[in-house]
Design a protein around this ligand. Structure first.
Ligand code: SF4
Length: 64
């Protein structure tokens, strides 16, 4: 699985970081930064939760 993050769409809400802090971070402008583009099996559930909680639709998952 690969995470796609569209920083042009991100509104900096930070939900993704709260849901999966080891996978997502935010830069100085609060826009999403993906720390782990290919999450481990242990991280998949929290990544799906993060994507579901993103209010802007900036996050997507591509199945390998
Ligand atoms: S939850 Fe969505 S809008 Fe909020 S920081 Fe993360 S990617 Fe951006």
């Amino acid at each position: 699985m690969r995470i796609e993050a569209n920083r042009d769409v991100c509104i900096g809400a930070g939900n993704c970081v709260l849901a999966a802090e080891d996978v997502f971070d935010q830069d100085d402008e609060a826009l999403v930064v993906v720390l782990e583009e290919h999450p481990s099996d242990d991280q998949v559930a929290e990544v799906r939760n993060a994507v579901a909680q993103c209010p802007s639709g900036a996050l997507g998952l591509v199945e390998d």
